[in-house]
Write a protein that binds this ligand. Structure first.
Ligand SMILES: Cc1cc2nc3c(=O)[nH]c(=O)nc-3n(C[C@H](O)[C@H](O)[C@H](O)COP(=O)(O)OP(=O)(O)OC[C@H]3O[C@@H](n4cnc5c(N)ncnc54)[C@H](O)[C@@H]3O)c2cc1C
Length: 356
């Protein structure tokens, strides 16, 4: 039996696991994906990488919780200074002040890898049900890979941290073998949380294409936010975050585009994702730059649980009936990566108190 099983290797789960590991607990992290980091996600391509989830980090409101200074010192993060614009609802563009942004030249998933150092992580294993036992928790799951760990059908632990998006946590908690009032209470709380979906387009352009926007005043990186736009949420020259694979060679330009929540809600289940991606690039090309609609290659990803629209409003999900259960993630306090990390810290604190 482990001391703690952490379900979910996103930044909240890795933070909780790291804190508990540092306090001397035996911790095992499980994640259904092959990679680490959840929505802090990097796709590896033949000659480059791109961030199709979290784009950058910004200075934390609470510097005590911020991993940014350590990540800068180790070279994992570097300042990213694109020229920034806002795309208005009517398609007009205006330059905006540049915020302080930090990106990872190797891809943002390097942030997750740094937080995961020293932890025992069981990947490609999806937790399917969670049942309280007199001395802890029984966690059923299924292996999704072909390694020997994938054959494990259940884990047991004195405490459990559920660090997965609230709708998935609700399904996991509801699938218990022992219905209990506290379970219904947790599920009810989880059901108050709402997420917005996002459709992400990744597109590559030949080194011969000039990757500038019509509005740009200086060559280099650019980023456009579309907070008021009905279709486009955000678009940027992702390749400006990283150096060329071979310094002497001209660099392929890579653009990453995130749709608005409104657009994604309508298109998330469309089977023709390729044409959804082409539509989004064509919509971006009109106000920004004609070359955007003619990529050499394109990939599309759907995030069913992209951004938190309605958080739980507290730092973690907990139940007085079960001090050894804690739910954490950005969906608890809101606030994206900073919220996820703050929630992971609080989860570790509560579990450590419950295990003394
Ligand atoms: C497109 C996009 C862009 C973003 N850009 C930014 C940004 O620029 N800056 C910023 O601060 N934030 C950004 N965010 C938000 C940020 O990525 C999240 O707030 C943060 O990564 C959430 O971390 P988390 O640990 O709470 O959840 P997640 O990252 O969602 O981690 C949950 C993990 O649980 C795993 N999992 C789920 N179900 C199970 C199961 N049953 N069993 C095992 N494992 C399971 C998943 O595979 C995943 O790895 C962005 C998000 C998206 C989608």
């Amino acid at each position: 039996m482990e001391d703690v099983v952490v379900i979910g290797a996103g930044l909240s789960g890795l933070t909780a696991a790291g804190q508990l590991h540092q306090r001397g607990y035996r911790v095992r992290v499980v994640d259904k994906s092959r990679g680490l980091g959840g929505r802090v996600a990097t796709r590896r391509l033949a000659t480059t990488s791109l961030d199709h989830g979290c784009r950058y980090l910004q200075p934390f409101a609470d510097p005590a919780l911020s991993p940014i200074p350590a990540l800068l010192a180790s070279g994992i993060l570097q300042p990213w200074q694109p020229e920034t614009f806002a795309l208005e609802a009517n398609g007009s563009i205006r330059a905006t002040a540049t915020a302080t942004l930090y990106a990872a030249p190797q891809g943002m998933s390097a942030v997750a890898k740094a937080l995961a150092a020293g932890l025992t992580i069981h990947r490609h294993w999806r937790a399917t049900a969670l049942t309280p036992m007199p001395q802890g928790w029984h966690i059923e799951g299924e292996g999704l890979g072909s390694d020997s760990q994938s054959e494990i059908s259940a884990l047991e632990a004195r405490a459990v941290v559920v660090a997965i998006p609230a709708p998935q946590a609700a399904a996991l908690v509801a699938a218990t073998a022992q219905p209990h009032d506290a379970i219904s209470d947790l599920v009810q709380q989880l059901q108050t949380v709402a997420f917005d979906p996002v459709i992400t387009v990744m597109a590559g352009y030949s080194p011969q294409t000039s990757p500038w926007l019509s509005q740009q005043t200086a060559p280099g990186g650019w980023m456009v936010t579309g907070d008021a736009h009905p279709t486009l949420g955000w678009i940027a020259l992702d390749s400006s975050k990283r150096p060329a694979a071979k310094a002497a060679e001209p660099k392929e330009s890579v653009v990453v585009l995130h749709s608005s929540a409104e657009f994604a809600a309508q298109a998330i289940d469309r089977p023709d994702l390729e044409s959804v991606g082409q539509d989004l690039l064509a919509i971006a090309a009109k106000p920004l730059a004609p070359w955007l609609s003619s990529p050499e290659w394109m990939q599309v990803h759907r995030w069913r649980y992209g951004f938190v629209r309605q958080p739980l409003g507290v730092s973690v999900l907990s139940s007085p009936a079960w001090p050894t259960f804690v739910g954490c993630g950005d969906w608890c306090p809101g606030g994206q990566v900073e919220g996820a990390i703050a929630s992971g810290h609080q989860a570790a604190k509560l579990i450590a108190q419950a295990l003394v």
